[in-house]
Design a protein around this ligand. Structure first.
Ligand SMILES: Nc1ncnc2c1ncn2[C@@H]1O[C@H](COP(=O)(O)OP(=O)(O)O)[C@@H](O)[C@H]1O
Ligand SMILES: [Mg+2]
Length: 190
């Protein structure tokens, strides 16, 4: 059964396993395109496993093959449908752990977070990368806060709860959260 078919990948559910396949980009020369897709497939699987080692719930990787990742199906709703202050604080702790471990998720929207077995799972590491800079961390959180603003009326208390969890998990949190405010200002006056 097809779940989604996006610009980067198709996602299928077969026998309780998720199969995510990177699709060709026609504008790239095919040899280069194949190389890039293989690299990104491997990078995504590696970062999913690395995040898991840091203690962040992510799908268990079952198999990697050229452009395809087979992984555990997380059978729960996207966080956007269930989020509240308590879960937002929990999410802050997870993102704090991720950043402390040197990983940037790169697409922290409430669709790439699933609620399952009373835990928040991070999925979709297709844009993730290793970086320990304040700016990359700030942008990661800025993206999340923008999705709070656009889809939740109580976004201010969600933001506050997130910051509480993030500070709790991560000693460099204050500096990053200051940067998030700067990034917001840049956006307003751009
Ligand atoms: N391991 C998984 N368990 C459950 N659903 C998944 C899983 N991986 C992907 N999905 C579903 O497929 C959608 C697209 O997958 P995602 O990895 O986010 O790819 P894209 O890069 O296209 O956004 C997700 O939003 C989610 O609904
Ligand atoms: Mg996604």
């Amino acid at each position: 059964m097809y779940l989604t078919s996006g610009a980067e990948a198709t996602v299928k559910l077969e026998d309780d396993i998720i199969i995510k396949e990177r699709v060709p980009k026609r504008y790239r020369l095919s040899e280069l395109d194949e190389k890039i897709r293989k690299e990104r497939t491997r990078a995504e699987a590696r970062l999913i496993s690395e995040a898991r080692r840091l203690g962040i719930p992510t799908p268990v990787i079952r198999d990697i093959d050229n452009y395809t990742i087979k992984m555990q199906y997380i059978d729960g709703p996207p966080l956007k449908h269930v989020i509240n202050d308590k879960l937002s604080e929990q999410l802050g702790e997870l993102v704090g752990k991720l950043h402390m471990g040197g990983i940037i998720h790169g697409d922290l929207t409430t669709s790439n977070l699933l609620f399952y077995n009373e835990r928040i799972y991070m999925i979709d590491f297709g844009l993730a990368f290793m970086n320990s800079g304040i700016e990359a961390r700030g942008v990661d959180i800025h993206v999340l806060f923008q999705t709070f603003i656009s889809s939740h009326h109580d976004h201010e208390s969600l933001t506050e709860a997130f910051c509480k969890g993030y500070r709790h998990a991560f000693s460099e949190a204050d500096e990053v959260l200051e940067r998030v405010k700067e990034i917001e200002k840049r956006g307003r006056y751009a």
